[in-house]
Design a binder for this molecule. Sequence first.
Ligand SMILES: Cc1cc2nc3c(=O)[nH]c(=O)nc-3n(C[C@H](O)[C@H](O)[C@H](O)COP(=O)(O)OP(=O)(O)OC[C@H]3O[C@@H](n4cnc5c(N)ncnc54)[C@H](O)[C@@H]3O)c2cc1C
Length: 1010
Amino acid sequence: MQKIFSNKYTNQKDIVEKNFFNLVSDFSKHNQKEIETTSIAIVQNAIDYKIGSQFGKLIHEFSLSSNEGIVLMCLAEALLRIPDAKTINDLIEDKIPIGDWKKYIKNDKDLFVNISSIAFLLTGKIVEEKENEHKNILGKIVKNLSEPLLRNAIKQAVNILAKQFVFEKDIEKAIKFSDEKKHEKYTFSFDMLGEAAVTYEDSERYYKQYENAILTTGQSKNPEKKSISIKLSSLHPRYERNKLDLLKKELYPKVFKLVELGRQNKVDICFDAEEADRLNLSLFIFKEIIESNLIDETYSGFGFAVQAYQKRAFFVLEWLNQYLESKNKKINIRLVKGAYWDTEIKIAQEQGFNDYPVFTKKFVTDISYLACAHKLLENNNVYSQFATHNAHSIAYIKTLFKHKDFEFQKLHGMGDEIYSHLEKEDGFKCRVYAPVGGYQDLLPYLVRRLLENGANTSFIHQLKSKNSDIKKLIQSPLDKIEKLNFDKIKKPADIYEDRKNSSGLDLSEEDIINQLKFENNFSGNAFSIIDGQDIKTSNENNIISPFDLTILGKKYYAEEQTVDIAIKKLKENSNTWKKVPIEKKIEIFLNFANLIEENINHIIQICAKESGKSIKNSIAEIREAIDFCRYYSKEANIIFREKILKGPTGEMNKYKIIGKGLSLVISPWNFPIAIFVGQTVAALITGNVVLTKPAEQSSFAAYYLIKLLLKAGLPKEAIALVLGDGALIANKVIQDKKLKNVIFTGSLDTAKIIQSNLQKKENIPTFIAETGGLNCMIVDSSALPEHVVKDVVSSGFDSAGQRCSACRILCVEENIYEKIKDILIGAMKTQNMGDPEKLSTDIGPVIDADAQANINNHIKKFSKFFQNENISSNGYFVPPTLIEIEKLSDLKNEIFGPVVHITKYKASELEKLIDEINDLGFGLTLGIHSRIDKTVNLIVSKVEVGNIYINRNMIGAVVGVQPFGGYEKSGTGPKAGGPEYLKRLCYEQSISNNTAAMGGNASLLSEVED
Ligand SMILES: Cc1cc2nc3c(=O)[nH]c(=O)nc-3n(C[C@H](O)[C@H](O)[C@H](O)COP(=O)(O)OP(=O)(O)OC[C@H]3O[C@@H](n4cnc5c(N)ncnc54)[C@H](O)[C@@H]3O)c2cc1C
C-alpha cells in the first residue's frame, strides 16, 4: 500500500521507460495489424456517422480556443442559475458581441454548422436556411439582444445545450428511458448529478438521492443492466485527507449503507474518480469495504474508477492484483483517463509541489491507459470497464481482451459516432454513463464536458475537426515516444523564469504527513541579538501559547541601554555592510531561503505553538518568506547594476543605487515568518544595517529566524534583533539622527504615531507603512454561490481572520442574498476550531486575550448574527461569526478576527456601492465574484484599492505575482513583493565625470574616421 502513496510525483519518463514501454510496445508489435484495422473501421464509421442533434454538431464546431467557444462556455456555465432579468441581460450583452459569429456562416450546405444552428442557439428557434440571408438573420438577432423574448430564448437554447449531456431529470424518468427498446444494446450507469458538497445539508440531499436511485433501480425491470455512480465528495462537505478521522465517523457509515443497499438490491455501485488528492482517501474507504463483509461471492458489483493520467494509476492496479487475491474478493474497475487535468496542473504549481500527480503529455496518458489495461487483464478478481471514446485505445483494448469478459463505457451525449460501429458486433457490451438531475446541478459537469469536447488534444475534438486525418487519428501513442524528453510544462519549482518557486508540502500525501513530526515538549527562550550575541536582560516574560495558555519558554525584552548598544553597533558597521558586493549579499539570502526550507517542520511548530497558526497557514507563510528572499535577490541583482547613461561626448555618466544606512523594521505577529523575513531581507539586501523589532507575541519566531540568517552567512554586524516593547524601542531608534528608513506593518494607530514622531525629525527618513483594511467582496447574481461561499470562508475565517487582506464585508446582490447567506452559514458549520498542531484544525485561536476581548465586544454590538459553536478550551478562541449589517458605514474600523459582515445591494446601485467602499477610506483588498466582464471592469476602474481578486478568494498574495499593499488608511506603498519595494529603501546616485578635463577628448579623436 505504501508504494501507491509514494508514487504521486515519480518522474514521468521513468514510469514510462521502466513500466509501460516494453509492455505496450511488445503487444502492439505482435498485434499491429488487428489494432490498426479496428481503429480504421471505428474512425471511418465515425467520420461517416451523421450526428443527429444540432448541438452535437455545434459543440464540435466551436473550438475552445476561439472567442465563440469561450462565449458558449461562459453562457452555459452561468446563464441558467441567474435569477434576475437585469443580470441575464447584462451577461448576454457582455458575451454575445465578443464572438465573430459571422465567420460560422457558411454557404456550403454540407457543413453541419450553419446559420440555423447558430440562430437556434441564440433564439431557441430553427430558422429556415436561405442562401444569402444568413448574415441578415444573425444581424437581426444580435441587434435585438436586450428583448426579454431573446433572453428567454437564449436561456432555452442553453438549456438544450445542457440537455445534450443530461440524461433525465430524475431517476424514475432515467430508468424508464433506459428501458426503451432503442437502448437495448446498452447498459447504464446513472450518475446523480452533484459536485462536492459545501454544507452538511448538501451532502444529506445527495445521500438521499443516491439512496433513492439505488432503491428505484433495484426495483426496476432489469436491475442487472443498470448501476449507480457515486461521487464521494458529494457525500461529505469536507472530503479531504486532513479530515480523515471525521470522515471515518461521518462519511464511512453513509458509504457503507449505500453499498449495503446496492448489495440488497443487486445494483452495481461505482465510485467516480475525483481530484488526485482524494485518491488515497477513496482507497482507504475501498479497503474498509473490502475488509467488511459487504462484498462476498453473492455480490461483486462494487467498484471504483481509476484515472490513467495519474502517475499512480498503474501501481494502484498492481497493488490491487495481489490485494484482491489475498482477500479473495471480486470487484469492478472502471478505467478512465481523467477529467481534471488542468486543475491538477494549476494546484501543483500554486502549491509548489515537487512535481505533478498527473502526466504532462497526452500521449503518455494514452500509453498509461494501455499499460493499466494490461494490469487489469492479469487480475482475475476484477471485471474491467473501459471508459473511453478514443478509437486507438478502444481497438487496443478490444484486441487485448479478446478472450476475457469486459465492457466499454461511454458518456451520454458523446461518443455515439464511435460506438455505432462496434454496436453491430456480437457480444458488444457498452455502458452509458448517464447523468441524472436538474440543470442547477449540471454546471460543473457541463463545463468538464465542454472542455473535453473543445480541447485541441481531445480525441473527440480532433475527430471532428475539418481536416481530420485518419492516419493521425489512429496513430499509436508509442509513435510519439521520442517526445518524452521535451516537456513544455515546467515543473512547479520552475514556473518563474528568474527564480525558484518555493516548495510546498502536499498534505494529502501519506509520506509527507508521516514526516511532519513535531517535538513533544516544545520549549525555548528568546533573546535580543546584538553583534551575534544573545542578550539576556532582567525584563523576563513568558512565551505563552494562545491555544492552551501553556508556558513555552521565556523571552527577554530589551532595556533602554540594549537599544542604545544595538544602534551604536549598527552605525559603526553601516559602511562595511554597504560595501559587501551585491553577489555576496544575494548568496547569503538565497542560503537563508534554503535554510528556512530545510527547517520547515520546526518553523511550522513555532508558528503553531507561539502564534496559534494552523499547519496549512504556517506552510503558506513559510513559503512566502522563502519567496521574499528569492524575489528580492532577483530584484536586487537587477537594480544594483550600475548603469552607464548616454550623454555628450567627453563625459562619463553613471547612475547607481546604494543603501542608506540605519533602518528600523517593525513587524507584526500575524505573519511572524513571512512579513518579518520580507521586511528584514528587503532592508538588508539593499545595503542597510537593520534594527529589527518583531511583535512581542512572536518574539520566539523572530529569534529563531535571525539565528538562521546568521547561519546563512549574514555578518553579525549588519543586524540587531531587539525584542520588547514597541513604543520604547521605536522611539529610541526614531530619535537617532542617522535613521534612514522605517518599515512598518501593523495597526493604523501605531503607524500614525510613528509618522508624527518622524515628522519631528530634522531629516526625512523614508517611511513604509502597511496597515489594515475594511476589505469588501462584491458578489453579483451571475456568481456561482458555492464558489463564492468557499472563497468567503477562506478569505474571512482562515487564520482566524487575522490577515490584513481578509474579507470583512460581503456585499451580495439582493436576488441571491438569502441563498448565499444560507450556504455560508452551512459552510461555517463545517469549520472546526482546535489545536493548531493538528492537521484537522481549520481555525486556531486569536493571538491573545486583548484581541479576543476586542472581537467579542464588537460582536456584542450587533443583534443579527450567526456564530459557530465555541469550543471548550481555555485558549483565546473566537468562533467564526457572520454579522448582518444594513450598510457599509455601520463599520468604521477593521475587526481583526474571524468575523465577516454581510450586506445586500441592488444591481442597479452598484456604482453607489463602489462609492461607499471608497468612502470607507481604506484601500487594501477587494474581491469580485461575477461572470460579467462589464461589471468587473466597472468595479476595477472605480474602486480605490491596491489588490483586486476576481472569482477567487482574496487572501494569500504571492510574492512577485500579486505584489501586495494598499492606499489611504491601508498603507503608503510601495507594494511588498513588488518591483518598486527595494528602490524605496535606497539612495540614487548620479556621477558625471568630465573625462575631457584631463588631456582633452582622446577617445573622440581616435574614434572618428579620416
Ligand atoms: C463512462 C465514463 C465514466 C467516466 N468517469 C470518470 C471519472 O470517474 N473520473 C474522471 O476523472 N473522469 C471520468 N470520465 C471522463 C474521462 O476521464 C474522459 O472522458 C476521458 O479522459 C476522455 O478520454 P478519451 O480516451 O475518450 O479521450 P482522449 O482525448 O484520448 O484523452 C483525453 C485524456 O488526455 C488527458 N490529457 C490531455 N492533455 C494532456 C497532457 N498534456 N498530459 C497528460 N494528459 C493529458 C486528458 O486530461 C484526458 O484525460 C469518464 C468517462 C466515461 C466515458
